[in-house]
Design a protein around this ligand. Structure first.
Ligand SMILES: NC(=O)c1ccc[n+]([C@@H]2O[C@H](COP(=O)([O-])OP(=O)(O)OC[C@H]3O[C@@H](n4cnc5c(N)ncnc54)[C@H](O)[C@@H]3O)[C@@H](O)[C@H]2O)c1
Length: 313
């Protein structure tokens, strides 16, 4: 797809505004839709802040910021947003009913060749497309937060998604400097969130059992095996240490590792008490405005440095 083609992003929240930013900065015309003018204005302001921060860090030029923002047309009218779109990405709330209704509408409103993508984190693509008729053009594009700095996008092939749609989606994502990977089966959680939440389940269980406190659990990851992860995936690592050793370790350890199919009682209690993390200032940690800002700043600085080092990749 040439960069003059139109992209529509439905939902301008944490993920949607960042996804719109990716396509606009790479020269595409973008329609960005949400339910209120306030949300849309905030989305544009956030895009300006993101691009400015990146330019100040050597990722892009300040001269490109306003032209990119001019390429984004904000709207609350779905028909207007998708009428002439070649590629639509849905990034509304993670609610199956809402997504099903939206894809039913998109199916009816969009030109027949338009690719309809969902940024769902964990829901099956087939379920999301259940009320649509042309399900061959519905595909998963699972971006990671913040989408303009994390390269990976999981491209998920639903049972009825055509290979052509997967190929065009992958090409488009590559053309805007993303790193698409194909997930061959439409399973809940795809690949990334299965791996990530296996780790989070164990982390919460370790705290629940009093084996270590939250700071220690996070330090074990950040100062230990987490350092290796950008250059050594778990399967490369298994090969490096030897599959015989991996087998011996699994033989001994697997029966001791958390395998509950229910969320942890500690997690449920915290949510019931309103201890939601950043949103309420208390979760596994106590948060102040300063400590939250510091955490976000460190996170963004790390990702910007990483992106800068991999500009040529
Ligand atoms: N936050 C993450 O880290 C992350 C990462 C990957 C994928 N996702 C997925 O991306 C999607 C969006 O997540 P988010 O974190 O951006 O949520 P968010 O709550 O920040 O944004 C969702 C937006 O959708 C809008 N919306 C709700 N109903 C709508 C409708 N009918 N039409 C148009 N807009 C509507 C809301 O007003 C809101 O602005 C979810 O499916 C989520 O699971 C999130």
């Amino acid at each position: 797809m040439p960069n003059s083609e139109r992209i529509a992003v439905i939902g301008a929240g944490m993920m949607g505004h960042g996804i719109a930013q990716i396509f606009a900065i790479h020269g595409h015309r973008v329609s960005l839709l949400d339910v209120s003018d306030e949300i849309l204005a905030k989305a544009i302001e956030n895009i300006r802040i993101n691009l400015t921060l990146m330019a100040q860090s050597g990722l892009g030029s300040t001269a490109d910021i306003e032209p990119a923002i001019k390429r984004i047309r904000v709207t609350r009218d779905l028909e207007e947003a998708v009428r002439d779109a070649q590629f639509v990405i849905e990034a509304v709330l993670e609610k199956l009913d809402l997504k099903q209704e939206l894809f039913q509408k998109l199916d009816a409103l969009c030109p027949s060749e338009t690719i309809l993508a969902t940024n769902t984190s964990v829901i099956s693509i087939a379920e999301i497309g259940a009320r649509a008729t042309r399900r061959d053009r519905i595909v998963g594009t699972h971006f990671w937060n913040p989408p303009y700095l994390v390269p990976l996008v999981e491209v998920v092939k639903g049972k009825e998604t055509s290979s052509k749609v997967v190929g065009l989606t992958t090409d488009l994502l590559r053309s805007v400097r993303k790193h698409p990977v194909e997930v061959k089966k439409d399973v809940p959680g795809f690949v990334g969130n299965r791996l990530q939440h296996a780790l989070w389940r164990e982390a919460i269980s370790i705290v629940e059992q009093g084996i270590a406190d939250p700071v220690t659990v996070d330090e074990v990851v950040k100062k230990g095996f987490g350092i290796r992860l950008p250059v050594l995936g778990p399967l490369e690592n298994a090969d490096m240490v030897g599959l015989d050793l991996t087998l011996q370790i699994h033989d001994y350890i697997l029966k001791h590792i958390e395998r509950s199919t229910e969320p942890s009682p500690v997690l449920k209690q915290k949510v019931e008490k309103g201890e939601l993390g950043f949103q309420t200032g208390r979760g596994f940690y106590e948060w102040t405005q300063d400590s939250m800002e510091g955490c976000k700043k460190r996170f963004l600085k790390h990702l910007i440095r990483w992106d800068g080092e991999h500009l040529e990749d």
